[in-house]
Design a protein around this ligand. Structure first.
Ligand SMILES: [Zn+2]
Ligand SMILES: [Zn+2]
Length: 380
């Protein structure tokens, strides 16, 4: 059980070891912070594993802004420790993964099947007390109201899916890169066996798209990345063809494989140029889906004639337009049957003390996902 830190006249707070961002561009510092108890509708989850996502790296380097001090991390698997009032779907001892997009299940977006666009998301994340404080009582920001690089998190019940006995090291990826990649295949772009697919960027999201497109039966899956190591793995996970844009002219090479262009392209890098490339690979009637987060103010340029005369489309899909609670059931089944390979996507496992090395290693040529393991459990 977790030890409680009791102060007079306040609810007890839970001491947790966490990796703290004090300023963009600085290394994370391991400190003890105090986590609030779960309140109405919330759940306390003991962290078992947390993935290092490129969005975290963007906050770490200052490409994206976050008020500091902050605890990053949003791709997390763990065990329910306790629940607040009104929580019915999960209970202590359940093994769960967390999504960054809690949803009310009742607003117009939710009931129309667009949970990632929930109109009450800020209400769900709003609290009377900060989730995290330092030991002096000053508030510390939690990325996405999660803050997964800590020994425990408190999140709304709707952000949780029960995953059973799946190894948390791989299961944590279901919370972000896999729900995003597979969500984009299933919902954002609705890939079918009639489709030909191009995937730009073979990191965690790209590899999830490749596997999702394979499961969906796409007739051709072309993977593009600048790293030969990633392209090798892309082929193992389902790519029919691989291309290195630093060696080949990407557009010419794709058109030589699929004359006329692909019917579905995906951008999983987070750069305007790769979004433009995704659009340029499309056949008439094709759809380009852009997933990578870009800095505010980024602009994407398109060939207007190709857009209009070819009925081509380009769309965003935040978190792949996933339907977390509906998608997880079938995804877990694919993981258990081996048709979705979770293990191959984890290229390194580290402990929390080595998290800065983990972020440095993300830039490595064959790194797909580095996962922080909290195997030792919560310090008492
Ligand atoms: Zn992420
Ligand atoms: Zn809603």
């Amino acid at each position: 059980m977790i030890a409680r830190h009791v102060e007079e006249d306040t609810m007890p707070r839970i001491p947790v070891c966490a990796a703290v961002l004090t300023a963009a561009g600085q290394s994370l510092r391991i400190e003890t912070l105090l986590l609030d108890e779960p309140r109405t509708g919330e759940v306390l989850v003991r962290t078992a594993a947390a993935g290092l996502c490129h969005s975290d790296l963007h906050y770490l380097t200052g490409v994206l802004d976050i008020p500091t001090p902050a605890v990053l991390g949003h791709e997390v698997a763990g065990v329910v420790e306790s629940v607040g009032d009104g929580v019915r779907r999960v209970k202590a001892g359940d093994r769960v993964v967390v999504t960054i997009t809690p949803s009310c299940g009742q607003c117009a977006s939710c009931v129309s099947g667009y949970a990632t666009r929930c109109e009450r998301v800020s209400e769900l994340r709003k609290r009377s007390e900060p989730l995290l404080t330092d030991t002096a009582g000053n508030a510390v920001t939690s990325l996405g109201a999660i803050g997964a690089f800590a020994e425990a998190v408190v999140v709304p019940e709707s952000a949780l899916a029960v995953v059973g006995d799946l190894d948390p090291i791989g299961a944590c990826l279901l919370g972000c890169c896999i729900s995003t990649g597979v969500g984009a295949v299933m919902h954002g772009a609705a890939v079918s066996p009639a489709d030909t697919v191009a995937v730009i960027g073979c990191g965690g999201v790209g590899m999830a798209i490749i596997q999702g497109a394979r499961i969906s039966g796409a007739s051709r899956i072309i993977a593009l990345d600048v790293s030969p190591g990633k392209l090798e793995l892309a082929r193992v996970l389902g790519a029919s063809d691989v291309l290195n844009p630093t060696v080949d002219n990407a557009r010419d090479a794709v058109l030589s494989i699929v004359p006329g262009g692909v019917t579905r392209s995906f951008e999983a890098v987070g750069r305007p140029e790769t979004a433009e490339l995704a659009f340029s690979l499309l056949a008439p009637g094709g759809v380009a889906t852009v997933l990578g987060l870009m800095p505010p103010g980024s602009r994407i340029g398109l060939d207007a004639v190709a857009l209009i005369e070819g009925d081509r489309r380009i769309q965003g899909a935040y978190m792949g337009s996933n339907r977390f609670l509906a998608d997880l059931g079938p995804l877990l089944e694919h993981c258990r049957r081996g048709s979705f390979d979770l293990d191959a996507m984890v290229t390194s496992v580290i402990d929390l003390e080595r998290i800065n090395e983990g972020f440095a290693a993300m830039r490595g040529p064959s790194s797909i996902r580095t996962v922080v393991s909290f195997a030792e459990g919560i310090a008492a």
